[in-house]
Design a protein around this ligand. Structure first.
Ligand code: HCB
Length: 216
């Protein structure tokens, strides 16, 4: 099966909420040696973005979004262990990442964490609904170079400002760089709260992380 056909099937499996099909696509990806990252970002993830548009246009309901998200996570989980990783003696830098407090959206953050990891960064993923203090604690104990935060809701992006303040209070602001992202956020918001960078998508996040740390 061609790569384009696999990408189309991955996209459709999320839209259709079809777990069996998502798993079949993942198996076919592995069997045919197609890059799992392409299937995640151009297949499953694109399907999830389309689901978001349909939900915003009130063409589908929340339970359908939940099913689509589960299908996306299932396909991703099967593929993650097959992603080729950059072979390096030392990680480029350490990134602590998580979703802002009160926010359970973690699909995009997980893609970013995977992309950073396969590109040679050490990633400590704190999960979702993470209080500012936990970002600071993890940054301290892991001697992190970057704290990355994701927010999908206007009500939770405020948590990113709290992280900036908490890093300042802990004396880490400046030494630890901050990168924000997620559909609720913008470059303008990053500037407003004093974050070091904004990343629009996972590829951008890798480029930004390299830039922030001077990594090559
Ligand atoms: Co959710 N939800 N949801 N949701 N949800 C959104 C986000 C809305 C925009 C939908 C809408 O109303 N149009 C909306 C938020 C409105 C707002 O505040 N502006 C919303 C709402 C309101 C809610 C609930 C409150 C609904 C309810 O219960 N009534 C509830 C929230 C509960 C809570 O968090 N406390 C809720 C629940 C859910 C689920 C559970 C059904 C599910 C999440 C499942 C999961 O993540 N495990 C869900 C989903 C899937 C969505 C939509 C449909 C898709 C989000 C998604 O996964 N996109 C979303 C609609 C939308 O965003 N248009 C909707 C795909 C990923 C790949 O994109 O932007 O997250 P991404 O990530 C990109 C990019 O931003 C960047 O890279 C990623 C990869 O390219 N990036 C970073 C992300 N994080 C980064 C961090 C960095 O440092 C750097 C880059």
């Amino acid at each position: 099966m061609s790569k384009d056909a696999l990408l189309a099937r991955a996209y459709e499996s999320v839209l259709a909420g079809d777990e069996d099909e998502a798993l079949a696509v993942a198996e076919a990806t592995i069997a045919e040696g197609v890059d799992p990252l392409d299937v995640i970002s151009e297949g499953f993830s694109r399907g999830m973005t389309r689901v978001g548009q349909l939900f915003a246009d009130e063409e589908i309901s929340l339970p359908e979004v939940i099913v689509a998200a589960d299908v996306m996570q299932l396909g991703m989980s099967r593929l993650e262990e097959h992603i080729p990783r950059a072979q390096r003696p030392e990680p480029l830098a350490t990134v602590v990442i998580g979703t802002a407090e009160g926010d359970v959206h973690d699909i995009g953050k997980r893609i970013v964490a995977t992309m950073l990891s396969v590109n040679g960064f050490k990633v400590i993923d704190l999960g979702r609904d993470v209080p500012a203090g936990s970002f600071v604690d993890a940054a301290t104990s892991n001697e992190a170079d970057i704290v990355g935060c994701s927010a999908l809701m206007t009500s939770t992006m405020i948590g990113m400002r709290t992280i900036e303040e908490a890093l300042l209070t802990a004396g880490l602001k400046g030494r630890v760089k901050t990168m924000i992202g997620g559909a609720a956020t913008t470059q303008e918001y990053a500037d407003k709260i004093g974050a070091d960078a904004y990343a629009e998508n996972a590829n951008d996040a890798v480029a930004v992380a390299r830039e922030l740390t001077g990594a090559r």
